[in-house]
Design a protein around this ligand. Structure first.
Ligand code: FUB
Length: 318
């Protein structure tokens, strides 16, 4: 496969999280729609209300829509804005982690469970204890599950320090270390953090944390973790500079060292992705707003093959 391909022309889907479950590729996207809410810097126009699940037997083959699998109508604590999600499997059960605002307009992470990767998913009654901000993704290794999350601006990460809400939201100065994505091990029941979330620190080439003013490299949102050839790859969006970047490390907690750009800016404001190996090849799932004529809140998911250089660095996708 040489060119990125759109996966579902029939509807707008974004933030695709892809995993191999039961021998198939499953995709868990956000479900964009025309909400009529004016565009602003907090992403109020991304007012999503439900999720669909998609699967395919082979990349490039037919894609199946398994229908609506979770909706804000059945999430007891739901306010608005059902944003990015991810799914993990443990002991034959499937756990969906999602971003959602509560009734006070504060983002938290929720969990919903299912017996099949195709859902339907049933939400827990409350958000995960101590959770905040957006964009969860889960990485499994040796039976341990790690959740990564966070997003600045509309994702509200700047409202917290040391995992506690602060009175007035604040960003570090441009020359200070940037706000970090968070990582925590999940508990045995997969429903709560097993530990206080830690900062996922990204270092520059001199071993110094990236600064808040380094907007072409610092973390904004859209965490993803994968492992290739014994190395851990943390990838993310730089938000207002519209790049998908990555950093490499030696364990799931980091620190990670910034390595480069995976995907240059696409049509649309947001860029968000997942990376997965399927049948010996690596794939980048992402989205853009080309099919909607550049309407930033109506995004379409795509897949492209991802390749590595001999030193483990990633070849930038066109
Ligand atoms: O889809 C809503 C939000 O847009 C996601 O949570 C962000 O990562 C951005 O893609």
């Amino acid at each position: 496969m040489s060119k990125a391909k759109y996966l579902w022309p029939d509807d707008y889907m974004a933030d695709p999280s892809a995993h191999v479950f039961e021998g198939k590729l499953y995709i868990y996207p956000s479900h964009d729609w025309e909400s009529g809410i004016p565009e602003d810097d907090d992403g109020s126009h991304f007012d999503m209300r439900d999720y669909h699940v998609f699967s395919m037997d082979e990349v490039g083959g037919p894609v199946t829509d398994h229908g609506m699998v979770l909706s804000t109508e059945t999430i007891p604590w739901a306010g608005r804005q059902l944003w990015d999600s991810d799914v993990a499997c443990k002991g034959g059960k499937y756990y969906m982690y999602f971003s959602l605002k509560d009734k006070n307009d504060v983002f938290h992470l929720g969990v919903a469970t299912a017996d099949s990767p195709a859902g339907p998913f049933v939400a827990q009654g409350d958000p995960m204890r101590g959770s905040y901000s957006i964009d969860p993704c889960v990485f499994e290794e040796n039976g341990e599950y790690y959740i990564y999350f966070g997003g600045i601006w509309g994702g509200q990460l700047q409202r917290y320090r040391g995992n506690k809400a602060i009175a007035v939201e604040a960003f570090p100065a441009d020359n200070e270390p940037a706000l970090c994505a968070k990582v925590a091990r999940l508990g045995g029941d997969m429903l709560q953090f097993a530990e206080e979330p830690r900062d996922l620190v990204i270092l520059d080439e001199h071993g110094k944390p990236l600064t808040q003013g380094d907007t072409k490299r610092r973390f904004f949102e859209a965490s993803w973790m994968h492992k290739y050839n014994g190395k851990y790859y943390f990838s993310y969006s730089t938000g207002d500079t519209h790049l998908l970047c990555y950093a490499m490390g030696d364990n799931p907690y980091g620190p990670f060292t910034y390595k480069g750009v995976i995907l240059n800016p696409v049509v649309g404001w947001t860029t968000h992705h997942s990376i997965v190996e399927f049948r010996g090849k690596w794939y980048l799932f992402h989205h853009d707003s080309v099919p909607s004529g550049g309407r930033t809140w109506l995004r379409s998911m795509k897949v492209a093959e991802l390749t590595y250089n001999p030193d483990g660095t990633i070849v930038t996708v066109g």
